[in-house]
Design a protein around this ligand. Structure first.
Ligand SMILES: [Zn+2]
Ligand SMILES: [Zn+2]
Length: 82
């Protein structure tokens, strides 16, 4: 595990800089550990104050991101069927 600090200067895109740094820190997909991470998955729902905290985010490649959301859908179905 590396804990490198990016020496890159901040641009003017303050709103998206957090996501850029997150994917810089996790260049590989955290699910398959095989492909490049392309997207950030948020484990917390929209509007949650900790949604942008790194422990609640996953850097994923596109196929894994799709799979994670498909699994979430199944979980929701099971919960409702109970
Ligand atoms: Zn993946
Ligand atoms: Zn997602």
């Amino acid at each position: 595990m590396e804990a490198r600090v990016s020496g890159r200067a901040y641009g003017s895109h303050a709103a998206t800089s957090g996501l850029g740094l997150f994917q810089d820190a996790h260049p590989k997909c955290q699910r398959c550990n095989n492909r490049r991470s392309k997207e950030a998955h948020h484990e917390l729902h929209k509007g949650h104050p900790a949604r942008y905290d790194w422990p609640f985010m996953r850097a994923l490649c596109t196929p894994c991101h799709i799979e994670v959301h498909q699994q979430m859908r199944v979980l929701v179905t099971i919960t409702l069927a109970k």
